[in-house]
Design a protein around this ligand. Structure first.
Ligand SMILES: [Zn+2]
Ligand SMILES: [Zn+2]
Length: 833
């Protein structure tokens, strides 16, 4: 405890000093112009929602991105490393209700607070490119894009069943409904309502969104798989069944038209229009169908659609198979959904598990129409779902393989006009209407004479009115602001009304990263030349929870912008990294679990460097991190050792003028070897492995070796230029992980200028090479001894050394060596008899 205050590592003094220094020099973290002559590198962390407080998940995400950005600066790249705020959304309205603070004030206050936290953490962002999505200079371009999409038929209105969260009082996208509940309200069951809504036609890009996933080899495979499943392509056939005695036709979608001769019923969704028509003259059917509809709603609401017992009711009517002319009964079934496919299926119980169960339950005939391709073999039990077979009981198609039959049946359907080959997608159009206040107003006007009239470009932005009463009543709060609603129609000059829905906030995050390249542009969303220079994003880092929503919408937006001629890239992100979660006591940190660790507390206690470095050290970045405060304290103590070691020998380092190392004695050689091995390892990790936890561990080992040589260093046994190289490189290696301490020590070593502009050290393979290696000697498969030889020793010399070894000789004595196998640098195997 007698430690001199002067000798103590004190982040509370060092860190605020450098923070001020950096704030006064905005060029330090600024991107350079396109003609800087340097290669570009765009590294980006997902922008946060401004809740008012960073959490540890943020700290981890940003520590990874910041380490990479700093490394790339030191490698001589022109780096774009921006930050912004996903600032529209519901919590601002809830806070307004609770605290009577206007959403804008609450949001901008939170932005300021979180920006302070980020600066205190020493995150190297270019604040000149900051984007705040709730400000008109940004959201006007959401409106501009909306109008461009409207012109191209990519934005449209339709009445549809929507997911309604009674807690949010708004519509949710399908992606925002998780297990039948609201993504923001885990306890709230989502209801179904009919509303006229705005949609973006993302399905127009379904095939391209799917196909281009193959190009994204810098993305985690799990994210690509999630997107493939979400887009859900299936190839099949649509076929019309006529209805006996009526004019309607039933169009079914099937992926197995080759089994159509085995169809023994047709199943309709309870909400199918034909069902409504049939039930109109049949009270009994009407009641039963009503019950099926209620069941579907309940199942959808609880998220148990897959588990519900499958059942149905016969309508008493018949459909006619267009290929065979066979009449089959029409049923209404609770597992057929109106919004999937055509809302009608053919039931083939011989060759489909679900149809088999249903037919067994209701004694509907089960027929084999596919047999094994080997004639005379024992036929497998039904249902037989394989497509590796031939058709039987299928009239003129008998004997064809499933694939041949499918092709032929599709041709016949097209020729005769009762069907066609069809590709369907699970992906639905993106519902963007929200009945909320705190979002981008949709720039459309409703005129009694002209219908829908777009707001002209020169009237943008449609500003969100400032003073709006926010209630939890249904309908958009904007509808209660007469000054907003009542406008003059731009087309006829008569009175008209504004659209009062606002846009889903995922619109904001679909293109924000383009705006960073040109954040101040007031005449266009961005300058295409700047985007052409910076895109695609070289490295994007964020949570895997965005794999479906944000990362599909932003890919769609990029393709739309490409088709508008604004960008040349097909995809926004070249490499994607999804970091693990931060957990504590076995659970994800959350307020409700009471296990939240505040970054501010950690910074106050241990410093920003220790907090950041711990977030990188405690687990590989892609794995979950179990937060242990002891671990932060340990990293802080380590940084203290670095500080003491460096300040102690800084005068020696400063006294060495020239840069090249002298050959010192054995101790110097050993330290230099460790140093160059550490450089090689960390450089390799930054190039893609990203094992930052082992990088930090390698720096710790290096410092251990230097401390172990303290006596020799103190005695001057290590030449001053070597001391200089050791300390200088140690500080350079630390710079991406602990920016404050490295800036401080860089100055302490007498270096001028920012360490961020100092070249990243290069590993010298000669110095890194182990001068002696240990090679195991085995006799008849058993380890007998280890021999030490110089690295690079020839096989002959290794063989000689093994035979000369005393232990080996004692085992060989009296026997004959029949075989010697030398694995160069690895092992010697002797076989003796
Ligand atoms: Zn909700
Ligand atoms: Zn008009």
């Amino acid at each position: 405890m007698a430690e001199d205050k002067e000798q103590r590592y004190d982040p509370a003094t060092i860190e605020p000093k450098w923070q001020q220094h950096w704030a006064a020099d905005p060029a330090l973290y600024a991107a350079e112009p396109n003609d800087s002559g340097k290669p570009k590198y765009y590294v980006l962390e997902m922008l946060p929602y401004p809740s008012g407080q960073l959490h540890m998940g943020h700290v981890r995400n940003y520590s990874i991105g910041d380490a990479l950005a700093r490394h790339m600066w030191m490698r001589g790249y022109n780096v774009l490393h921006p930050m912004g705020w996903d600032a529209f959304g519901l919590p601002a309205e809830n806070a307004a209700l609770k605290n009577n603070t206007p959403p804008r004030e609450w949001t901008l206050g939170n932005v300021a607070a979180m920006k302070r936290q980020m600066q205190r953490l020493g995150l190297g962002y270019d604040w000149a490119t900051e984007v705040t999505t709730c400000l008109p200079d940004y959201y006007r371009w959401n409106q501009w894009f909306f109008l461009r999409m409207y012109e191209r038929g990519l934005a449209y209105r339709k009445k549809s069943k929507v997911n309604w969260c009674p807690e949010c009082c708004t519509v949710l996208a399908n992606e925002q409904v998780i297990d039948g509940r609201c993504w923001r309200h885990e306890d709230t069951i989502v209801e179904q309502r009919d509303l006229v809504q705005w949609f973006f036609r993302i399905t127009a890009y379904a095939q391209e969104l799917l196909g281009d996933l193959d190009k994204l080899d810098g993305w985690p495979e799990k994210v690509r798989t999630m997107q493939r499943n979400w887009i859900g392509r299936s190839e099949g056939t649509e076929v019309d069944f006529a209805v006996e005695g009526r004019s309607e036709k039933i169009r079914v979608f099937t992926t197995r038209v080759d089994t159509i001769f085995g169809a023994t019923s047709v199943q309709l969704a309870p909400e199918h229009p034909l069902v409504t028509a049939l039930a109109a003259d049949d009270e009994g059917l009407k009641a039963q169908v009503g019950q099926l509809i209620a069941e579907q709603k309940a199942a959808r609401a609880s998220g148990d659609e897959g588990e519900v017992e499958k059942h149905g009711v016969p309508t008493g009517h018949f459909a006619i198979n267009p290929y065979s002319g066979e009449m089959v009964p029409i049923w209404v079934a609770n597992y057929v959904l109106m919004d999937y496919g055509t809302g009608a299926i053919m039931s083939v119980p011989g060759h489909d598990e679900r149809d088999f169960d249903f037919a067994t339950k209701y004694a509907i005939p089960i027929r084999r129409v596919i047999a094994l391709s080997v004639p005379g073999a024992d036929e497998p039990a039904l249902p037989f779902v394989s497509e590796d077979g031939v058709l039987v009981n299928s009239g003129e198609y008998d004997g064809l393989s499933c694939a041949e039959a499918t092709k032929k049946l599709q041709e016949v359907a097209a020729l005769k006009g009762f069907g066609e080959a069809k590709i369907t997608f699970r992906l639905k159009d993106w519902g963007v209407s929200r009945q909320r206040y705190w979002g981008t107003p949709i720039p459309m006007i409703h005129c009694d004479r002209d219908g829908l009239v777009p707001v002209p470009d020169d009237h943008l932005p449609v500003l969100l009115p400032a003073q709006v009463e926010i209630t939890q009543q249904g309908g958009s709060p904007l509808g209660r602001v007469p000054d907003f609603v009542n406008v003059t129609c731009p087309k006829c000059g008569g009175p008209a009304k504004r659209e009062t829905d606002t846009m889903d906030t995922f619109v904001d995050s679909s293109w924000y990263f383009y705006r960073y390249t040109d954040a101040k542009n007031s005449t266009a969303p961005f300058d295409p030349a700047r985007v052409a220079y910076w895109f695609p994003i070289d490295q994007y880092i964020g949570g895997v929870e965005h794999a479906i929503l944000h990362l599909i919408y932003s890919r769609f937006w990029t393709k739309v912008m490409r088709d508008l001629g604004l960008v040349k890239n097909d995809e926004p992100v070249r490499r994607l990294f999804t970091q693990g979660m931060v957990i504590k006591d076995g659970a994800k940190m959350s307020k409700s679990k009471g296990n939240v660790v505040s970054p501010d507390d950690m910074v106050a206690r241990y410093g920003a460097d220790a907090t950041r470095m711990y977030a990188l050290f405690a687990a590989p970045p892609d794995r979950d991190l179990d937060w242990q405060e002891d671990g932060v304290a340990g990293v802080s103590r380590f940084l203290g050792r670095v500080w003491r070691l460096t300040t102690k020998y800084a005068p020696v380092a400063r006294s060495a003028a020239q840069t090249e190392s002298q050959n010192g004695g054995a101790v110097a050689q050993k330290l230099l070897r460790k140093l160059h091995q550490t450089i090689a390892k960390i450089t390799l990790d930054f190039e893609g492995r990203w094992h930052f936890n082992t990088c930090v561990a390698a720096i710790m080992e290096l410092v251990n070796e230097m401390q172990a040589a303290d006596a020799q260093l103190a005695a001057g046994d290590v030449p001053a230029p070597v001391v200089r190289e050791l300390l200088r490189t140690l500080v350079l290696l630390l710079a991406p992980f602990a920016p404050f301490l490295s800036a401080e020590l860089w100055a302490e070593l007498g270096e001028q200028g920012s360490i961020l502009r100092a070249p990243w050290p290069k590993s010298n393979p000669e110095l890194a090479k182990e001068d002696e290696i240990e090679i195991p000697v085995q006799i008849n498969g058993k380890l007998v001894t280890l021999i030490r030889v110089a690295a690079g020793t020839t096989s002959d010399a290794i063989e000689a050394a093994a035979l000369a070894d005393a232990k080996a000789q004692s085992r060989i004595a009296g026997k004959t060596v029949v075989k010697i196998i030398v694995v160069p640098g690895k092992a010697v195997n002797l076989v003796v008899k």
